[in-house]
Design a protein around this ligand. Structure first.
Ligand code: FAD
Length: 258
């Protein structure tokens, strides 16, 4: 058998462009393939929704890989364990309500779960702006991360979405666009981004359930971004809240699309 490099090139271009074209209009566009984004994607895709995650980095997983301070183990509480089980991620009770799982297994199986359910992950693409029409967020503006990093003057392209989920972690970068660029009043105490507080695992994890919400019509915030937007504390290497928040974001999105 002979191999033709041009066929290889065309196989990549044809397939990728077909996929990008197909996902130019989606039910839900998610920014960030961290734990919150990938969990949200799975539960939405399981309900038959067309979901695309756009991830700035080469790799999926966000901040999971390093566990706590590069010891690649994550800790979750019982509600988080239930979600690990749904993704077939092996876990063990450390003591009482504390369960541990391998960070690498968690990152990869969350991605596999989302993909197997039907979600599509586009890596190396950053969401740099939002589409806004008639008092509603209606999509995202994307560009290659390499363009962003090189600060090249290259125009982005747009993806229409019924719902957008900001799962960008500490950056809460979509909410920042909504606040700064669009001047929108967000559903927070101040109407703007309150900012993340210092680490307090117990409060951070509890508050995350409330801070995961639709902060503006069409824009839901999940995961660490939710606490950053509403002023909750960071919680460090306990990841149960991220999983629960992703699931709640999916439920909110399904409700909003009814
Ligand atoms: C590299 C990294 C290191 C971290 N280290 C620590 C730590 O040492 N201690 C600690 O307490 N917490 C840390 N965190 C945060 C911690 O991991 C979080 O508690 C948890 O990972 C948050 O989960 P998440 O799903 O909300 O977001 P994250 O896991 O942070 O994932 C967010 C994802 O969104 C992507 N993203 C961001 N902006 C955009 C955009 N505009 N368009 C597309 N994609 C975007 C990011 O590349 C990332 O993959 C870290 C996060 C990251 C990403």
């Amino acid at each position: 058998m002979s191999l033709d490099e041009i066929v290889i090139t065309r196989a990549i271009l044809d397939t990728y462009l077909k996929q990008l074209n197909e996902y130019s209009e989606v039910d839900v566009a998610i920014a960030g393939a961290g734990p919150a984004g990938m969990v949200a994607a799975k539960y939405l895709a399981m309900k038959g929704k067309k979901v695309a995650i756009f991830e700035r980095r080469l790799s999926i997983g966000g901040g999971i890989w390093g566990g706590g301070m590069m010891f690649n183990v994550i800790v979750v509480q019982p509600e988080g364990k239930a979600i690990l089980d749904e993704f077939n991620i092996k876990n063990a009770r450390y003591k009482e309500d504390y369960f541990v799982a391998d960070a690498v297994e968690t990152a990869t199986k969350l991605a596999a779960g989302a993909i197997d359910a039907g979600a599509k992950i586009f890596n190396l693409i950053s969401i740099e702006d939002l589409m806004y029409r008639e008092n509603r967020i209606t999509g995202v503006v994307i560009n290659w991360s390499a363009v962003e990093m090189a600060k090249l003057h290259v125009d982005p392209m747009t993806i229409r979405a019924k719902i957008v989920i900001d799962a960008t972690g500490h950056d809460c970068s979509l909410c920042r666009v909504a606040e700064r660029k669009l001047g929108l009043k967000l559903a927070t105490e101040t109407g703007g981004i309150v900012g993340e507080k210092s680490m307090w695992a117990e409060i951070g994890e509890k508050i995350l359930i409330e801070t995961t919400k639709e902060v503006y019509p069409g824009l839901i915030v999940a995961g660490m971004a939710a606490n950053a937007v509403s002023g909750g504390p960071r919680m460090g290497p306990i990841f149960g809240g991220m999983l629960i928040s992703g699931k709640k974001a999916a439920e909110l999105a399904l409700e909003a699309m009814k």
